[in-house]
Design a binder for this molecule. Structure first.
Ligand code: SF4
Ligand code: SF4
Length: 183
């Protein structure tokens, strides 16, 4: 049978045992612990290497990357190539899934060890990397390209033909069987 006050004595003994041990509390933010090697902190982009392929923007499940693309002869080759004139990452929506990092063909978007993102206004968490600011409130999903009218009409005609084909076959088969019955 448990004796009265046994629980209090047990608790106090633990307190006394830990009272004179070295303190392990770190005074954040003055002292920060080392982060693991594969820490996923806030994203950054090396705009000199970005080829404006838009793959990171398309793959992001939270639509937090917006890129304004143009064509520019940046390397002086005489052939204008896609160029990211505006590039914004909205940290208020990013969930650090790293899909954009994995999909980048030139590894120019990557995580840093920075994780202290805070602001009074949500829009302040949208970080601009390009030379022209991009509105982070606009849904960055590129518009779906519609089929040209001719192709759409041809597609419909093909679908109709496909749909008619199996209907005729049973009718013919039915005719044959009825002939057979008559004979
Ligand atoms: S880490 Fe994930 S959520 Fe954040 S920008 Fe990249 S794809 Fe989007
Ligand atoms: S996937 Fe990489 S190269 Fe392509 S637009 Fe994004 S950051 Fe630039």
């Amino acid at each position: 049978m448990p004796q009265l006050g046994q629980g209090i004595l047990k608790g106090m003994s633990i307190t006394l045992r830990n009272l004179f041990k070295n303190k392990i509390t770190r005074q954040y933010p003055e002292y920060k612990r080392d982060l693991p090697d594969r820490t996923r902190g806030m994203l950054t982009v090396d705009m000199d290497r970005c080829i404006a392929c838009l793959q990171c923007m398309r793959v992001c499940p939270d639509h937090c990357i917006s890129i304004e693309q143009t064509k520019r002869d940046a390397d002086g080759s005489g052939k204008p190539k896609p160029y990211a004139v505006g590039f914004v990452i909205d940290d208020s929506r990013c969930m650090y899934c790293s899909l954009c990092v994995e999909v980048c063909p030139v590894n120019c978007i990557y995580h840093t060890e920075e994780f202290e993102a805070q602001a009074y206004n949500r829009l302040e968490l949208a970080r601009q990397f390009g030379e022209r600011p991009v509105d982070p409130t606009i849904d960055p999903r590129p518009p779906v390209k519609k089929k040209p009218k001719k192709a759409a009409a041809k597609g419909k005609a093909d679908e109709k033909a496909d749909g008619d084909a199996p209907k005729k076959a049973p009718a013919k088969a039915a005719g044959k069987s009825s002939e057979g019955d008559a004979a």
